[in-house]
Design a protein around this ligand. Structure first.
Ligand code: GDP
Length: 334
């Protein structure tokens, strides 16, 4: 995404105080700074995130995925309304991988979550976009921290279940919810096995009208399918239920299961362990990205690599030796 003329910025303290006060306007403006690629904004963003860090983390982070049309917006609307009724403050961050390529976004076109969006207790933000998945993780991850510091105690991170972004979302959430439909095989729904494996809960949505029986059958099928996966380290066995987001059936049950999950993993220590591991992995992901950038971004390396490629094809140098050679040169250049 291109950055045009930089907007006037406030001093860091104004953002920090505003966020901690739960000021939504300031929160939104701070998120814009996090999403910005301007160098000066990056510096400001780091200062803000660093300052609010002690106030972050006090939430349950829920990843929600499913193919377009499965009913994510409808589900999140009723689910969010339920949470607000239960006294929670909910932040909804939507990652739409398609918006990385074009502005025509799957998530953005519709009028989404109208009722929820009007509530003070709910904060909805399409969390775009970056050129790389690492960029998306950083931006969405830091946005989440800001929302937590602003007092949102349930964070829903929504993503379209078609790409790689699920893995990134799974890596930054406590609980992973997969929305599915009955009457279509996994292949038809474009859901990869790896995504099923990440799910703590599968909700067969649209279990209403003529669809109820099919949904119940699908529930049993998925329940059986999930049994073959190895037991998760969390000690939690994934749950499969049916729901109708449209008719508001089975929604409170989803939250009840999440609460059960939370109780279990807080008691057995997995909650904290997983969060700590996620934080550490987040750092390593950044280091890896930067290192790659440093190496492959160098002009000399690029031209040297194209020479080596030719030499490998001509059997003049072995691939292992070629790798060693160029890394040696790189080390010398540091
Ligand atoms: P998303 O693309 O995953 O965000 O899906 P939407 O929430 O936009 O829903 C896609 C379509 O499915 C819309 O026409 C919804 O009204 C409909 N829909 C969503 N949930 C349900 C449900 O529980 N039952 C039925 N019958 N339709 C639903």
């Amino acid at each position: 995404m291109k950055n045009y003329k930089p907007k006037k910025r406030l001093p860091a303290k104004a953002y920090i105080d505003g966020i901690l006060d739960g000021d939504r306007v300031i929160l939104s403006r701070a998120i814009t700074i996090i999403e910005s690629n301007l160098e000066s904004d990056k510096v400001l963003a780091k200062e803000i995130v660093q300052a609010i860090l002690p106030n972050s983390g006090k939430s349950i982070r829920i990843g929600i995925t499913g193919v377009p049309g499965v009913g994510k917006s409808t589900f999140i609307e009723v689910f969010g309304l339920h949470l607000v009724k239960e006294g929670h403050k909910v932040a909804i961050l939507s990652i739409d991988p398609s918006s990385q390529r074009s502005r025509g976004s799957i998530l953005g076109d519709k009028t989404r979550m109208e009722e929820l969006g009007n509530l003070e207790e709910a904060y909805i933000r399409p969390s775009a976009s970056g050129d790389t998945l690492g960029g998306v993780s950083n931006k969405t991850g830091e946005t989440m921290l800001l929302c937590e510091a602003a007092g949102y105690d349930v964070i829903l991170i929504e993503t379209v279940g078609v790409g790689q972004s699920e893995t990134a979302v799974h890596g930054m959430t406590d609980f992973f919810l997969l929305l599915m439909l009955s009457g279509a095989g996994d292949e038809l729904q474009g859901i990869k096995k790896g995504i099923m494996e990440m799910a703590d809960m599968v909700v067969i949505n649209k279990a209403d009208g003529d669809n109820i029986r099919m949904s119940q059958m699908a529930r049993l099928q998925y329940q059986n399918a999930l049994h073959i996966f190895p037991q998760s380290e969390s000690g939690w066995s994934p749950v499969v239920t049916t729901a109708s987001a449209l008719k508001n059936i089975g929604i409170s049950n989803v939250w009840d299961e999440i609460l059960k999950f939370q109780e279990l993993v807080k008691e057995n220590g997995y909650f904290l362990k997983n969060r700590n591991q996620q934080q550490i992995k987040w750092m390593y992901n950044n280091i890896n990205e930067e290192l790659k950038q440093l190496f492959y971004g160098s002009k000399n390396i690029k031209s040297e690599l194209s020479v080596l490629e030719k030499e490998i094809v001509a059997a003049k140098i072995s691939p292992v030796k070629a790798a060693q050679k160029i890394l040696e040169e790189f080390k010398k250049s540091l």
